[in-house]
Design a binder for this molecule. Structure first.
Ligand SMILES: [Zn+2]
Length: 366
């Protein structure tokens, strides 16, 4: 039986918490990391009804997309659904974990799932998150290069797209004079020394900085390790919000609307017309994505599929693209499949369930 920390580790390897937005509160919301997990129930929103379902199914972990604890809580008296949910979870020893804007920001997250449902091709991140990449340059004696490189790669450095163990090195001469208090690996106290060294450069996601530096300092033979850490302006192609891709076939507005309804299983949607313009390039953002309308236009999208678009925001389409508001819940509901696949792949023969409750508070009538 896995412990809560084992499942949390897997979820955070998939969608690192470092990628959540500053206003967010993703991560473990209730529960003890060392508790054994009896089963996992997956949902979009953790509500009291979902907790009831977890109890019936024998699950003591609920994995949700939306964090039930989102704002600061000063008392827990059950005066609203958030507090009642937290109280119920704690009373029943149920852990709640949320993977929210961090899952929106990874290239295989919420938006990749929408792109998959729409069968988009050549899919890319729409708005890349800045300053998520770092570079480390360090100097190491030639003979120690392989062991030190291995350690920093194992800690997560040098993974670029489909390429692993990426590094660059150039050889030169390192010079130093150890002081009387130094404990040099090479050379003697008070005597100038010259060593053939490699300068190594690796790139990595910024949140792995401490892990990589720990690995470097642990295996590097020197007492003082010469190195530079730099935050890169280069965007990480795999980290950011929204995605854009292409439909297999160019569709008329009418055909695209039908396609969207069928693929996302929609009862209806709100949209802006593009008239006789056809649709091939489609941008998507699960949840409330109107802040990306301009990015979608700039990227040349013919349609932008999202939720929670306000009346005045629809005007921002300017006739250049179709804004299709399919609903917040409808755009994100398949996110549950990501949790399901990730957990069941890593913990086979373990009880993982998709919640059968439709937590969408919005109903439609025509
Ligand atoms: Zn959402």
């Amino acid at each position: 039986m896995p412990q809560l920390k084992d499942i949390v580790r897997v979820l955070e390897q998939y969608a690192p918490l470092a990628y959540q937005e500053s206003y967010d509160n993703a991560g473990l919301q209730t529960g003890n990391l060392t508790d054994d997990v009896t089963g996992v129930l997956i949902c979009l929103d953790c509500t009291e009804a979902v907790l009831e379902e977890a109890i019936v199914k024998g699950c003591n972990l609920v994995v949700a997309h939306h964090p039930v604890i989102f704002k600061g809580i000063k008392s827990l008296t059950g005066k609203n659904y958030v507090e009642r949910t937290i109280v119920k979870a704690i009373q029943n020893n149920i852990a709640i974990y949320a993977s929210h804007t961090n899952l929106d920001s990874v290239h295989n997250g919420v938006n990749a799932k929408i792109a998959e449902k729409l069968e988009l091709q050549k899919v890319k991140v729409l708005s890349k998150k800045p300053h998520t990449l770092m570079q480390l340059a360090f100097f190491v004696p030639v003979d120690d290069t392989e062991s030190v490189l291995k350690a920093v790669h194992e800690a997560g450095a040098g993974q670029i797209g489909e390429y692993s163990d990426c590094s660059f090195q150039v050889q030169g001469t390192g010079r130093f004079t150890p002081s009387e208090n130094a404990d040099p690996t090479i050379g003697e106290r008070g005597k100038p020394e010259q060593v053939q060294e490699n300068r190594i450069e690796v790139v990595f996601p910024a949140f792995k900085q401490h892990r990589i530096m720990d690995a470097l300092l642990k295996v590097h033979p020197y007492e003082e390790v010469a190195h530079y850490l730099t935050i890169l302006e280069n965007p990480n192609q795999e980290v950011g919000i929204g995605m854009i891709g292409e439909l297999k076939d160019e569709l008329t507005e009418e055909k695209f609307l039908g396609y969207l309804k069928a693929k996302m299983k929609l009862q209806g949607l709100r949209y802006t017309s593009v008239g006789s313009k056809t649709i091939k390039k489609v941008a998507v953002c699960g949840g409330s994505g109107s802040f990306l309308i301009k990015d979608a236009i700039r990227a040349g999208a013919d349609a932008f599929v999202t939720g929670d678009v306000k009346y005045h925001e629809f005007f921002d389409a300017e006739g250049q693209l179709m804004i299709a508001d399919i609903g917040h819940y409808e755009s994100e509901v398949y996110t549950k499949e990501i949790f399901y696949d990730t957990i069941s792949k890593n913990f086979p023969n373990f009880a993982v369930y998709l919640s059968e409750i439709n937590t969408n508070p919005i109903r439609y009538t025509y």
